[in-house]
Design a protein around this ligand. Structure first.
Ligand code: SF4
Length: 89
């Protein structure tokens, strides 16, 4: 029986590539509702349904991001996160 020799550099490169594939910045849209109408905001052009993120989805995102090489998390995207009635900051 012969053993396959895997160069350590190759394993290192695979691990590095996997880490690099995970985003460094995550923007979580807790809600796309908003009570404002800022002139520079493209939100008014969105055709998506206005809705709030369920807590179960947020909890899943948090679980999935554990031990990932994230640098920053934004708790908003198109909308005011504070309008989500399930959240308190
Ligand atoms: S989402 Fe933000 S930028 Fe857009 S209207 Fe609301 S407060 Fe203004």
């Amino acid at each position: 029986m012969s053993l396959i020799k895997i160069p350590l550099g190759l394993i290192g490169n695979i691990i590095k590539a996997r880490k690099e594939r995970f985003p460094k910045l995550l923007s979580i849209e807790l809600s796309n509702a908003c009570n404002s109408n800022c002139i520079m905001c493209p939100r008014a052009d969105l055709t998506r349904k206005i809705q709030h993120m369920p807590l179960q989805i947020l909890e899943k995102i948090i679980r999935d991001c554990q031990r990932k090489p994230l640098k920053k998390i934004n708790l908003f995207w198109f909308g005011d996160s504070l309008t989500n009635p399930k959240l308190s900051f």
